[in-house]
Design a protein around this ligand. Structure first.
Ligand code: 4NP
Length: 149
């Protein structure tokens, strides 16, 4: 069983979509997918309605997810940890205890463009087009990830 964690800031917009998209592309007997946020503002909340809507447009149900905060234990519980943006990446790495923890962490769009360190833009303060854009980026990245798992 491979374990993959998707991480953004609030765990209500980007990483819930990444979790739902990757889950839809893998065999649940082989791969466990979860998501978390580096901040605690939205702990216990379901995903943002705009993420729920764009997921539903592509036949994915993410509305039963509940936001949680990333913790140092996630380094033990997961094999791969994908940060949505550079800020998330640095916040996760600041909690790493050793090189083994650090090696698990990468920026998700580097799956599409290696070493480019591009960020999935935070759609929280924008409109629906931002969520569509995030969906398309994450779908492309998760397609590549699913083939490597
Ligand atoms: P996310 O988006 O990190 O993709 O879940 C955000 C959600 C909430 C906030 C910022 C980003 N916020 O500031 O409350």
């Amino acid at each position: 069983m491979q374990r993959v964690l998707m991480v953004c800031l609030g765990n209500i917009c980007r990483s819930p979509l990444a979790e739902g998209i990757l889950q839809s592309k893998v065999n649940p007997n082989d791969v466990f997918v979860d998501s978390a946020g580096t901040a605690a503002y939205h702990v216990g909340n379901k995903p943002d309605e705009r993420s729920i809507a764009v997921a539903a447009k592509y036949k994915l149900n993410i509305k039963n997810q509940s936001a949680r905060k990333f913790t140092v234990r996630d380094f033990d519980d997961f094999d791969l940890i994908y940060a949505m943006d550079e800020s998330n990446y640095h916040n996760i790495l600041s909690l790493a205890r050793n090189a083994n923890d650090e090696l698990k962490v990468s920026m998700i769009l580097n799956e599409i463009n290696p070493n480019s360190n591009q960020s999935v833009p935070d759609p929280y303060y924008g409109g629906n087009q931002g969520f569509e854009n995030v969906y398309q980026m994450l779908d492309e990245a998760c397609e590549i990830i699913s083939k490597k798992l």
